[in-house]
Structures are given as C-alpha cells and as structure tokens.
Design a protein around this ligand. Structure first.
Ligand SMILES: Nc1ncnc2c1ncn2[C@@H]1O[C@H](COP(=O)(O)OP(=O)(O)OP(=O)(O)O)[C@@H](O)[C@H]1O
Ligand SMILES: [Mg+2]
Length: 718
C-alpha cells in the first residue's frame, strides 16, 4: 500500500470508457437493427426475386415446349389422316392405280385441301416405285424412293407411320419433311407407302409466332430421338442437321426421359441457356425451347439495383438517426459523469480545506499555549540553575533532580507542540548525513531497546541538507519510538538516506526513509496518523504528537512526509528534504563547547519581568554583569546614556510597544554597529526576517550554557 499523506481519493478523473446503461444498450441494438434488418430484407427480396425469375423461366419454357409439342402432334396427326384418307381409295392393285393415275392424282389433291404446309402427297409401291402423286407428272413410274431411310425403315419394320428426315424433294428439289404412312393391301401384305411431304416452314412460322408472344424464348428445336434435327428456329446459318452427340438434352432423351428442364452452355452459340424439352406424344420426336440465362439475369439485376436504390438511402437514414441518438445519449452520459467527478473533486477540495483550516486553528492554539508554557519553563529552568549555583548543598537533592527532569520533559513536550505548529524557533545548519547519522545511532539504539536491531544505509554522495539538527534528531527519535512500539516482539528498523534527483520543476531532494518490520498501519487509519493528537496507544504511552512533529519539521524545512504501510508487513516513513549542496559547514570553535568562566557586560531586554529576572540571575551566577530593561525604548535609552557600553545585547523578539526585538536590533546595528545583538524567542514568527537580516536567534527555553556560548561567540576576538 502506498499512501502519500496528501493522497487524493480515487475517481477524480472521469473514466475513459462509459458504462453501458439499459438506454445505451437499447440504442446500440436499434443501431444494429437499423443496419441489419434492411440488409437482411434486401438479401431476402433479391433471393426471392431470383427464385421467382427462375421459376418464371421454367414455367414459360415448359409452357412453350408443350405448345410446340401439341402443334407438332397436330401436324403429324393431319399427315396420318391424309394418308389414311388416301388409302381409302388406293387399296386397289398397283396396275389399276397406274391406269387411273390422272383421276387419282386429282383425288389426292382434294385430301389435302385446307391443310397448311403440305407440299405434296405421293403414293409408292412395295418396291418404292412411283404410282401416283401431286408433285409428280403423270407417268413418273421410274422414279423411286427405295433409297430413302424412312421407306427402308417402313419396309423393314412394317410400321404404320414413319417420320423421315428433312430431304430435298425428288420432284420439287425443295427441302421437305416426309411423313410415310404404310399402304396395306386388302390381303394384308405391304403395299408401299403414302408419303406426305411437309414444308419445314409450317413449324418455323409457328415457332416464330410463339417467341413473339413469350418474351425471351429464343430457340426451338424439333428433333428425332436419334438427334436428327428436323427443324430449328431461328434457322442455323451453318445448316447443321443434328444435335451435338454430347448434348445434355439428347442424353436425357437416351435415358428415356419424356420431358425436362436443363441448364447448360449451348453448343450452337456458346451461351448459357435453360432448355425445356418434351416428347411429341408417343412419337420418336421431341421439341425443345430455350432461353438465354443472361437475359433473365439482366432482368434480375435491374430489380436488385432498383431495390438497392430504395433500401440504401432508407438504411443510411435509419442508421444515422440511431447513431446520432446513441452519440447524444453517450455525450449526455459523459457530461453527467464529468459533472459528478467535478462535484466530487470540489467536495474533496472543500474537505481538505476544512481539514487544513482545522489543523491551522489547532496549530495556532497549541502554538500560543506552548509559547507561554515555554516562558514559564524558562523561568523555572533559570531559577533552578541559580539555585544550583548559589546552593551547591541542595543541588544534589532528589527533589531538585525531579524538578530538573520534569522541566526537561516539559521542554520536550513544548518542543513537539511547537514543531507541529511550525512555530519552533529554528537554528538551521548544514547536516552531512553520511557523518551525522552514525553519530546519532547510539541515541536511536537507546530509544529502540535491545530487541530491535538498527541498520543505517547512507548512499554515497548524498548531498548535505540544511535543517535544525535538534529537530531532525527529535524526528528520528519519534520514528524510532514508533518503530519500537510497533515491534513489541523485536524486529529491525532500517534508516536509509539517498539522493532524489531533480524532476520536472522539482528541486533535488534528500530522502530519509525509516522502514520497520512491525505491525503496520490499518489502511483506514493511514490518512490520520499525521494528525496531531491522533494515537492508537494508551494515554500513558502516546500523546499522538510524534508524527505531527515529523511532519511539522519536514514542512518547515521545505520538505514533505509520506507514510507507506502494509498491515502485518511493516511501515515506511519517507521524509523528503531539500538538498543544499552549496551550503558551507558551520564550524563551532572547540572552546565554545566547553563551559568556561566568563566576564563582561550584558544588556538584557524582555517584557516578562520574571523571565528577565530569572535570566539575569542565571547570567550573573556565571560571572556576567547584567543590566535588564523591559522594553526596546528603555534599551535604546540605556545604551544612549551608558557610560560603559555592554559587550552584548540579549533581546526577546516579541515585545509590546512601538518596537519589537527585531526592530531594536536594526536600530542598534544602525547606531552602534560594533555592538552584537542576539535575539531570543520561543516563537517562530518573523524569525526568518531576523536570520535573513543576519541576527543570531536562540530558541527558548535557553539554558545557561547556550547563553554563555553565545556570549563567547559574540565577544570572541575583542
Ligand atoms: N511505525 C509504526 N508502525 C505502526 N503504527 C505506527 C507507526 N508509527 C505510527 N504509527 C501509528 O500512528 C499513530 C500516531 O503516531 P504518533 O507518533 O503521531 O503518535 P504516538 O506514537 O501514538 O504518540 P507519541 O508519539 O506522541 O508518543 C500511532 O499511535 C500508531 O498507531
Ligand atoms: Mg510516536
């Protein structure tokens, strides 16, 4: 867990992906529906149109081939009738026929009156010689059809009707389709044939008229089961006489099919066609009609284009409307989320402001009390010192010792309070952690006790910092005592110091991290531990000011604190302090450290009579002549009228009246530049101004030794 003490709460920024709501889900479904439904409709309609066109084509073809088959049957039936009618008067011997040739020829002509397409009717004897005919002059008995296929077939099979091929007529020289009807003699013997020669045009004309009625039907074939073409419409330019052997229609006929519809590429013109074929009744003759697929396809394509032209704009319109509605809803949703996040942020900021105001008020209150309390302690301390000096016999009394210890504890407590309220009078000085930390190790070990081990790790080249050494020491002692309390069963406290390089707009800093292996802090309490007076310890053990001092110290030194903790694992407190690489070291002459007997004159300025008296007595006890006054004005008067100038002026900073200690120091520096002034305060206000102006400042309560050190430093070299 990683919680900086200025931690922001989650949910500050609006999320980048919006959550789905029932409304957005519905609108998304509408959007998909608006796209998919018309598309599905379009596909279904196109498919239906294709099926419809295909069915239509098949129906048309089946109908036309049926019509053509009926027509062919009618023509063949008429020819058979003509044949049978003729045979009614031709059942006489051949020589009688020849004898009555002219009369019979006329009768033959009469039988075909009104029947279209009949070119000629002729009668032939059993050997195929001509007997009588409408297309031949009388006496053409030497003309023979014995070589014709249909005659040979009839003679061989004795079939009552044989349909011949298209051949050029013997008499006319024109192409004709011969229908041969068997001539049976009265004794039942084969007597030759009556042959009706039909003009192919009788079929061609009929097919042409159907194709005019049935749009798209473009070809008709009349063919025999063996593939011989009898008629084709339109007439083939190459005059082909047979269907190709690999024709699918012929294959179906050979398989014994009487009718059917097929689709294939035509061998005649190379086009993809749909063909319907049908047998002419039970004759070995078939008709077929066909249609070019591309014509059907073109019609279907036109329909699909039209459909697309209607569907597309409608779909685009629907999708756009649904999309706009979805966008608008999402926009509103985003705005609502942003608004909520903004409101949450504002609430958080307000809470933080309230908290800081609360702390500030608390700091002011504590600071004020601590300051006054400090003055009281100063009085007790000074008087204690004087008593010890004047009455060495009572100095060893255990009650005096108790008072001394109590004053020491009181001083430490006020120091914590002043640190947290950031009103501590500081003595910032350069600290090199590489040498300073090991020096305080003993102190920390004493705080930790024997069951907790201490590790110090100072990274090489940690830059120096400039802080109040006493405060830094106190902060580490506070961290050590917290660590000790968190590890009742023992453990390890590691204090590391390292350099944090300068970041974006951030100055270079030194990180002091104290990590223990203790109980850790409950995540719910992490945000509170820095608050003053927050403690989880019993009243006798903790006042809740330790971490407040650490924070107060760091902030006053220009740094910050961060608390990281993992319950059960341990706690890390990170103090970040500004690095001060350029600061020179403050060297303290050795002589000052030792207490010495001194002599000289001091002017003491303080508005608090008891503080003045106690301090004066303490200094006098050390061998100094002390003149004390109660205000800055009185001090200036005393100096102006002095016969012998003092060696040093000690002045309180905050004093009522027109002039405070800092102004007094300025005035003295102006009028008596050689006279040193040292300011005393328990209060941080304006200490900065005083140190900036180059005056020495001591924090209250200040002991006798500190005052003497300061006197000796000021008068050194005189
Ligand atoms: N290292 C630590 N491990 C576990 N908990 C800690 C640690 N440091 C601080 N805490 C928790 O934070 C609280 C506040 O600490 P803080 O030092 O401010 O006060 P305190 O130790 O309770 O009292 P004081 O330091 O004034 O004697 C502690 O009571 C403790 O619950
Ligand atoms: Mg503590």
């Amino acid at each position: 867990m990683d919680v900086p003490h200025e931690s922001a709460e989650p949910g500050d920024a609006p999320p980048s992906t919006l959550p789905e709501t029932p409304l957005t889900r519905f609108l998304r479904a509408v959007l998909w529906g608006a796209a998919i439904l018309p598309l599905a409709g379009f596909i279904a309609a196109s498919w239906w149109a294709w099926r419809h066109a295909d069915d239509g084509v098949r129906d048309t073809l089946v109908r036309t081939s049926d019509v053509a088959a009926r027509h062919a049957l009618r023509v063949f039936e008429s020819s058979r009738l003509i044949g049978e009618k003729s045979l009614a008067f031709l059942g006489i011997p051949d020589d009688q026929v020849r004898a009555n040739e002219a009369a019979l020829r006329v009768r033959l002509q009469d039988t075909s009156i009104g029947i279209p397409g009949v070119r000629s009717i002729s009668v032939w004897d059993a050997q195929g010689h001509h007997l009588v005919g409408t297309g031949f002059p009388v006496g053409s008995g030497d003309v023979s059809i014995a070589d014709r296929n249909y005659f040979q077939q009839m003679k061989a099979t004795q079939a009552p009707l044989v349909i011949g091929d298209i051949v050029l007529g013997r008499a006319s020289g024109m192409p004709a389709l011969s229908i041969a009807v068997r001539r049976t003699m009265p004794d039942g013997s084969f007597g030759g044939a009556v042959v009706i020669a039909l003009q192919p045009a009788v079929f061609e004309e009929f097919y042409r008229s159907i194709s005019l009625e049935e749009a798209g039907v473009s070809t008709f074939n009349l063919f025999k089961a063996d593939g011989t073409l009898l008629t084709r419409w339109p007439v083939l330019p190459d005059g082909r006489a047979r269907l190709p052997d690999d024709s699918p229609v012929l294959a179906a006929v050979r398989r014994g099919e009487h009718s059917g519809v097929l689709s294939f590429r035509s061998a005649f013109d190379g086009m993809l066609r749909t063909v319907s074929f049908q047998q002419v009744h039970d004759l070995p003759v078939y008709v077929s009609s066909s249609l070019r697929n591309d014509a059907v396809l073109a019609d279907w394509k036109r329909f699909v284009m039209l459909l697309a032209a209607i569907t597309l704009p409608v779909t685009i319109g629907l999708v756009s409307v649904a999309w706009l509605a979805l966008r608008k809803t999402q926009l509103e949703q985003r705005m609502a989320i942003e608004f909520n996040a903004e409101a949450r942020k504002r609430a958080l900021a307000e809470k933080a402001l309230l908290q800081s105001q609360k702390l500030e008020a608390l700091a002011q209150l504590t600071g004020g009390v601590a300051h006054d309390f400090n003055n009281l302690l100063a009085i007790v301390n000074s008087n204690l010192h004087v008593v010890k000096k004047l009455r060495p016999d009572v100095a060893e009394m255990k009650q005096i010792g108790a008072i001394s210890r109590a004053v020491g504890s009181g001083a430490r407590l006020t120091r914590q309070l002043l640190s947290f309220s950031r009103r501590q009078a500081l003595k910032p000085e350069r600290v090199d952690l590489a040498t300073w930390l090991p020096a305080v190790a003993e102190l920390l070990k004493a705080t930790l006790g024997s069951s907790v081990a201490l590790s110090l790790e100072v990274a090489p080249e940690v830059p120096p910092i400039r802080v109040d050494v006493g405060e830094l020491e106190l902060a580490l002692i506070n961290l050590a005592s917290n660590a000790r309390d968190a590890m009742p069963g023992g453990g390890r406290l590691t204090i590391e110091a390292s350099r944090e390089p300068a970041g974006d707009g951030e100055p270079e800093r030194v990180l002091i991290r104290a990590t223990d292996t203790g109980s850790g802090i409950d995540p719910a309490l992490l945000g509170k531990v820095l608050e003053p007076f927050f403690t989880t310890k019993p009243a006798s053990k903790g006042s809740g000011l330790g971490l407040s001092q650490v924070q107060g110290f760091c902030v006053q030194a220009g740094g910050s604190v961060e608390v990281r903790s993992e319950p059960g694992q341990g706690t890390s407190i990170l103090m970040r302090l500004p690095a001060r690489p350029g600061v020179p070291s403050d060297t303290v002459p050795a002589s000052l450290a030792e207490p010495a007997a001194v002599s000289g004159r001091v002017l003491l300025v303080d508005d608090n009579a008891e503080v003045v008296d106690a301090t004066a007595e303490m200094l006098q006890a050390c061998g100094l002549q002390v003149h004390s006054v109660r205000s800055a004005g009185a001090a200036l008067d005393a100096l102006a009228g002095a016969s012998q100038m003092p060696d040093l002026v000690f002045s309180d900073v905050s004093m009522p009246g027109e002039m405070d200690g800092i102004q007094l120091a300025h005035e003295i520096r102006r009028r008596w530049p050689a006279l040193p002034v040292v300011l005393l305060t328990g209060y941080a206000a304006r200490v900065h101004d005083a140190t900036e102006a180059g005056f020495r400042v001591l924090g209250k309560p200040v002991g006798a030794q500190a005052l003497l050190d300061e006197f000796m430093r000021a008068t050194r070299g005189r």
